[in-house]
Design a protein around this ligand. Structure first.
Ligand SMILES: Nc1ncnc2c1ncn2[C@@H]1O[C@H](COP(=O)(O)OP(=O)(O)OP(=O)(O)O)[C@@H](O)[C@H]1O
Length: 522
């Protein structure tokens, strides 16, 4: 057939021809019509550029694929429909590899064998696209691994920052009050025995992780009291740098500096054996206590593994640290005004607690629970915890303050509080820590010691040397000593009430103020 050089019209449409369209059609150079539609021709359409006179061309409804050569596009889309062809005039974009294939843009090397190089190009293309796909996959995997590595390095840096020792001096300069807090701002820089225990800070971070796990469900959150603005959340707390303040009866206390510089004190309770409902009921009672001489409990967190209490951070630390912490050269002498002011503030705080009901008592009054603002105002802390935390531990230092009738730490009374407060007053006046104080191993049974000295009429021997410098207030000092002794009597019924105690301290503070004014008139 390909020898019929004069052939002008060839219509073999609607047959069963199969295989590739032969390039031999190029021999029929006078052909004006070539209709191959409705067959089973497959593969790509060969280059038919030798058919210069071709007016009519149709290959529709075959099994052809690939793109349509530029020279054939003029025959319109009808000529190509019903195939897997792409490109113009079908308006179907070809995959990048197919359209840009050079074989479809240039002439074949051998016109009689025109589709051979195209095939090779096709193979090359498919090999290339396979390589490209592999490249993309490997590239993506490497990219992903790189991102994971960067994230891991960042996380490790962050967590190591959290567990690293904290530069206290830098923190101290940043200390700020939580909005709404009644505590004083800015630290006066008193060295009260803070030790940055990296290990304990790690424990905080570890416990925090557990807490975060629990909160992961979204069920557990910090619960804030009263109208306290939610200025931070558990996540902020866990991100904060933590510093151990000390271990107490109820757990370990930490100072946590939140992003932005606000500091809070966080107490991790141990030995909480009561149910969540009971805990919430009790802690909400504690959170409702509102007095200028109490350390406000701002929030709590309860989960199976972790119970946290969040308090305002008191920048000057505790009375215990102030009295016994720094005996060296840099010590701030504690004059009568400071000591009597602390006694009055603490008495007011405890009296407020007692005014909440006959069964409401503190249960753990001692100098490490009297915290101080920058102006040395007293704030009573740790109230209401005695009946929340289990009885498992009673450090020896508590025993020095405990009334003789108290055998179960949870069964405390207001009269037992008065006894403890009496011991605290003796501590303020003598500068001596009661029995087995951890801060001062030379601790003594203060009430017995004071009574014995007073009995021998060596009253002035009792007082802290720092106080003896203020001779003009000796009378008030003796009155306060007498009040302390009255509070610390053996029989509960003989002890005064907290409001009587508060009134007596108030009176003697006023009289010392009057004496002061008389001695130094304005
Ligand atoms: N809100 C706070 N601000 C500043 N320091 C605090 C705060 N709360 C506690 N501290 C300090 O942290 C340390 C540990 O306190 P914590 O109350 O856990 O134990 P404690 O007072 O020694 O004993 P206890 O648990 O029997 O009361 C103490 O030195 C205490 O003064």
């Amino acid at each position: 057939m390909f020898g019929l050089h004069a052939l002008v019209r060839l219509n073999i449409g609607g047959n069963n021809f199969s295989g590739e369209i032969p390039v031999g059609f190029n021999n029929l150079t006078r052909l004006r019509t070539l209709l191959l539609d409705g067959n089973s021709f497959s593969g790509s359409i060969p280059d038919l550029s030798s058919l210069k006179n071709l007016d009519q061309f149709n290959v529709s409804n075959n099994l052809l694929n690939g793109s349509i050569r530029k020279g054939l596009q003029k025959y319109g889309s009808i000529a190509f429909l019903g195939n897997l062809l792409c490109g113009q005039p079908l308006g179907k974009p070809c995959p990048a590899t197919a359209t840009s294939a050079p074989g479809y843009a240039s002439e074949p090397a051998n016109p009689m064998n025109g589709n051979e190089p195209e095939k090779k190009e096709e193979e090359k293309k498919s090999k290339l696209s396979g390589g490209a796909i592999a490249g993309i996959v490997i590239g993506s995997v490497l990219g992903f691994l790189l991102i994971v590595m960067i994230l891991m390095i960042l996380c490790r840096n962050k967590s190591s920052k959290k567990t690293m020792s904290v530069d206290i001096s830098s923190i101290k300069n940043q200390e700020m009050e939580i909005p709404g807090s009644k505590s004083e701002t800015k630290n006066g820089g008193y060295g009260n025995g803070f030790s940055v225990a990296a290990a304990a800070a790690t424990a905080m971070a570890g416990g925090g992780a557990k807490a975060a796990e629990n909160s992961g469900s979204g069920a557990k959150k910090l619960v804030f009291f009263r109208n306290a603005t939610r200025v931070f959340d558990l996540e902020d707390l866990l991100r904060a740098s933590a510093e151990v303040l000390g271990k107490g009866t109820f757990g370990t206390a930490y100072k946590a500096v939140l992003e932005g510089g606000n500091a809070v004190a966080v107490k991790r309770l141990k030995d909480v054996t009561i149910s969540e409902r009971e805990f919430k009921e009790k802690i909400e009672g504690v959170g409702a206590m509102d007095h200028q001489h109490l350390v406000p409990l701002r929030a709590y967190y309860f989960s199976r593994d972790e119970k946290l209490l969040v308090y305002d951070y008191m920048p000057m630390g505790s009375l215990s640290a102030l009295l016994h912490g720094n005996k060296g050269a840099g010590r701030t002498p504690l004059n009568w005004d400071i000591r009597s002011g602390i006694a009055l503030g603490a008495a007011c705080g405890i009296e407020y607690l007692h005014s909440q009901g006959p069964n409401v008592s503190h249960g753990n009054i001692k100098s490490s629970n009297i915290l101080l603002t920058k102006a040395y105002e007293a704030r009573v802390s740790d109230f209401g915890l005695a009946n929340i935390v289990g009885p498992s531990s009673s450090p020896n230092r508590v025993l020095g303050y405990r009334a003789p009738e108290v055998t179960d730490a949870r069964k405390v009374s207001q009269k037992a509080d008065v006894y403890s407060f009496g011991v605290l007053l003796l501590e303020l006046l003598t500068g001596k820590a009661p029995t087995n104080s951890i801060l001062n191993e030379e601790g003594i049974d203060l009430p017995r010691w004071v009574q014995s000295v007073v009995r021998e009429e060596w009253t002035s021997e009792v007082f802290d040397l720092e106080l003896l410098r203020y001779q003009n207030v000796e009378e008030e000092m003796v009155q306060l000593l007498q009040l302390a002794v009255d509070c610390a009597v053996q029989y509960p019924d003989k002890r005064p009430t907290m409001s009587q105690v508060r009134n007596r301290i108030k009176e003697l503070c006023s009289s010392s103020l009057r004496e002061d004014l008389n001695a130094h008139p304005a």
